[in-house]
Design a protein around this ligand. Sequence first.
Ligand code: ATP
Ligand code: MG
Ligand code: MG
Length: 558
Amino acid sequence: ENASKNDFIRSAIREDMKEGRFPPPVHTRFPPEPNGYLHIGHAKSICLNYGLADDFEGAVYNLRFDDTNPVKEEQEYVDSIMEDIRWLGFDWEDRLYFASDYFQQLYDWAVKLIRDGNAYVDSQDPETISKSRGTPTEPGVNSPYRDRSVEENLKLFEEMRQGKHPDGSSVLRAKIDMAHPNLNMRDPVMYRIKHARHHRTGDDWCIYPMYDWAHGQSDALENITHSLCTLEFENHRPLYNWFLEKIGVENPPRQIEFARLNLTYTVMSKRKLRQLVEDGHVESWDDPRMPTVSGMRRRGYTPEAIRKFAAEIGVTKTESMVDLALLEFFVREHLNKTAQRRMAVLDPVKMVITNYPEGKEEWLEADNNPEDEHAGTRSIPFSGELYIERDDFMEDPPKKFFRLAPGKEVRLKHAYFVTCDEVIKDASGNITELRCSYDPESRGGQSPDGRKVKGTLHWVSAAHALDAEVRLYDNLFLRENLNTLEEDEDSLDYLNPESLVTVQAKLEPSLGDAEAGSSFQFLRKGYFCADSKDHKRDHSGNSIVFNRTVQLKDSWAK
Ligand code: ATP
Ligand code: MG
Ligand code: MG
């Protein structure tokens, strides 16, 4: 999928390898923080980092959990991230790492920096430190503790580690330049005190490294050649390189930045996604409306479609907004080839075939997928009482309406021609029944006299139909671009109140065998996936639950 890509990252890597800047192989990593579930933006990064194996001989990739912040991280997230990466089709084999495994090494390197006069303990409070950093136009102010002796720094840092100082009372800072034009270089904090239990190291540590101090060092420890990250880290690169230089790494990894993925009609940050879950706007991280990998899986998106999408959008240096419709295109394209066809009526109205022999039923042959000659056929029951889609009938149709209307003839897919003779309504005028007659000669959908009908409808036999809950998902937000909100606006203002509409549908009976997570095309309605949590294979129809993955672009013979 990536084989023919020649983006700026691949070009840079090719150049580096050609010039022998790194001993082969190319070695990348995907470094998630286990503080939430992966979203489609992470999937882009995974496809990039792990997809390089297709372009560079012997290239390998690591999975590294960037678990340096004990307060926000949990095992649940570690587990979900691994499940999602595997589902996407990537395998890190035995190259699973945790930044927390490097805490001792990072500590030792920090001691080296102190010894070399490159780091100091600052006893100012966090607010003062933050204020004294200055602004892009104003230089920062040196801390009064900046010139502590190496001995004092070593002693204080040791005490910090031993838990002798409370949270927020001191930090370790790199000693660089408080007037540096890049604010990240103004004596950045390397360690803060946090008396908090870590999900892997327990109570071993009460000082934790900052992202900038952990990341490049972890890359170096794992012999990463190219550290690919999103653009917001571009102005951290000088610091990334400074730390590697000060600890004396040979062949330091090269950081290259690319634009993050933004998708229309959704938000894409773990903080915002967490808020949606915690405030109950969605059911969970894997709610099918979420742009998370697990949500997309539950919705019925396929890994193939996501990988093709990632390859298609490629990597760039400038941020842009990618149309959700592009992702849906790849989902539709893949499911069109792989999903079996079934009939399901989402908004049923009864059709009675008055000239069909009383009590008779017959089984008709239907192809499972016209796009796949190996998909075979199945039998579907036909009888004198059916359900069709309510909006496939109009009492008073406009000219171009080719579906059912009084006196009009249509084809029932895989079955017969029927003509509507009579409309039955209840006291308030709602249609309760369509009385029709069928042409027994038209079995299979052709009439021997060559008579043509324009409309072909899907249907299910009433007596055989399974009752099902079908969840019709739509965009979670009504606004296309949620990155351009005004100060006083909140993405929640644009939540789509109809992002989930649940209907009671009638399904053809073979869907009682559907396994949780399996996908089908419901003829003329779209692609649907048996819900992985709530769907139970059950012929009584009690807990059959399908999620709408994506609508069909054009419904045939409308
Ligand atoms: P978020 O901002 O959504 O919380 P993050 O960057 O804090 O994401 P991490 O777990 O640190 O989340 O991300 C792991 C990797 O995924 C990083 O290398 C990051 O650059 C990359 N990444 C995160 N979001 C996107 C995105 N929208 N597009 C591409 N890559 C992304
Ligand atoms: Mg991050
Ligand atoms: Mg973030």
